[in-house]
Design a protein around this ligand. Structure first.
Ligand SMILES: *Cc1c(COP(=O)(O)O)cnc(C)c1O
Length: 397
């Protein structure tokens, strides 16, 4: 089938939940993908920060192939070797003590929300159930995570929303402190707001939250679904800020392209007992075997270090564009999660880049977002900048 045929079938049979570009991707290798008509693209979306090792990373493909021939799924009624190995790898390379596996970012955040309520009850705070999250945040699309998401546009049309959520402005310690009350069980936030427009937290803000949570015995939880697994230049984003949260959630890049989610907790937040939380497919043998291969490669090859280095070069090149184009206002982000703020809607630039063989993404309407595979080098950055420059010119930026 060609692009047109696939798109036609999709329009006929799929619910129209996405604004899709008019191409169907059928093959990927490293930082490049190919559509059904044979066109090649430099992929700076990487499955929305999922394909951190690029497409079809050999060690991940091999792990999937080998695991698929042995055991795909057996349920959590039994122990699963790749699941325990992935847990060990994550724990030994972080400040956390225990892992719970699920299948997506939203599911990981759901687990964190339940955990927060359980933690409060277990510590004698029967009246605490509220999750305090940030304005402009993104935590997922299930009812609870949608409610934790601090954006009215995501809530519209879905009330009544579940109870137990409150919001405060990001990077405003005084306001967050004022928003904490006797119902607050946890503070949940992204160390860099991704969907909200690539907005990094200030170091002092996160350090202040840590102190606040310690004083009140409230859990501090980082949603590292997008920023975790090497993207910011360290295996986990919290490591960049000199702050240890009590728990983090992971998903996107954790299994090199397979569906997975995880909640990592410190011992003090290790509060679930058998029967309180579960997921049929969570931590299944196939996904966790891929996870072991992906995280193993990241550690062995210092992929986060590479992301930091290439990210600094990319940021410099984006800044050059920013200095030259009137409509580009600011470059921000960390490692290889970078955004360029524009003074007008940027969707046209994304479409123009696709025509020219580059996949990028626009978030929050006016922010061009770059989440390439972490394995890219300066040559791919230069190629991206050349195409982007031409697209910006043609779009009148
Ligand atoms: C993508 C994302 C989610 C949701 O993950 P899903 O796997 O789509 O459920 C949650 N939080 C953040 C920060 C994300 O970027």
């Amino acid at each position: 089938m060609n692009n047109q045929q696939i798109m036609g079938l999709g329009q006929q049979y799929l619910m129209p939940t996405y604004n899709r570009l008019p191409i169907a991707l059928v093959k990927g290798e490293g930082a490049y993908v190919y559509d059904a008509d044979g066109n090649k693209y430099l992929d700076f979306v990487a499955g929305v920060a999922v394909n951190a090792l690029g497409h079809c990373y050999p060690a991940v493909v091999q792990a999937v192939r080998e695991q698929a021939e042995k055991l795909l799924h057996c349920s959590n009624l039994y122990w699963i070797e790749p699941q325990v190995k992935l847990a060990q790898m994550l724990v030994e390379n972080s400040c956390f003590d225990k892992a719970f596996f699920c299948n997506s970012g939203a599911e990981a955040n759901e687990a964190a929300i339940k955990l927060s309520r359980k933690y409060a009850k277990k510590n004698g705070f029967a009246q605490r159930y509220q999750i305090l999250s940030m304005r402009n945040s993104f935590h997922g699309r299930t009812l609870a995570t949608l409610t934790a998401t601090g954006q009215d546009k995501c809530h519209a049309g879905f009330d009544p929303l579940p109870e137990g959520f409150a919001y405060a402005p990001f990077n405003d310690l005084a306001a967050v402190t004022a928003a904490v009350n006797d119902k607050t069980a946890a503070i949940l936030l992204e160390p860099i707001q991704g969907e909200g427009g690539v907005l990094p937290a200030e170091r002092q803000f996160l350090q202040g939250l840590r102190q606040l949570c310690d004083e009140k015995n409230i859990l501090l939880i980082f949603d590292e679904v997008q920023v975790g697994c090497g993207r910011t230049g360290s295996l986990f984003a919290y490591q960049q800020f000199g702050v240890e949260p009590d728990a983090i959630t992971l998903a996107k890049a954790l299994a090199g392209g397979l569906a997975i989610g995880a909640l990592l907790v410190k011992e003090k937040a290790n509060v679930f007992v058998p029967g309180e939380h579960a997921s049929t497919f969570g931590g299944n043998a196939l996904a966790t075997a891929a996870g072991c291969a992906a995280i193993g490669a990241m550690l062995e090859k210092d992929i986060p270090g590479q992301a930091k280095k290439t990210g600094a070069y990319f940021q410099k090149r984006l800044q050059e564009l920013c200095d030259r184009f009137d409509s580009l206002q600011q470059v921000r982000g960390m490692g290889l999660l970078l955004g360029v703020c524009c003074d007008k809607p940027a969707a046209a630039v994304v479409a123009k880049c696709v025509e020219k063989g580059l996949l990028i993404n626009c978030t929050a309407g006016t922010v061009l977002r770059f989440v390439p595979p972490l394995i890219i080098g300066e040559a791919e950055v230069d190629q991206c900048i050349d195409i982007l420059e031409a697209a910006l010119t043609e779009c009148g930026f």
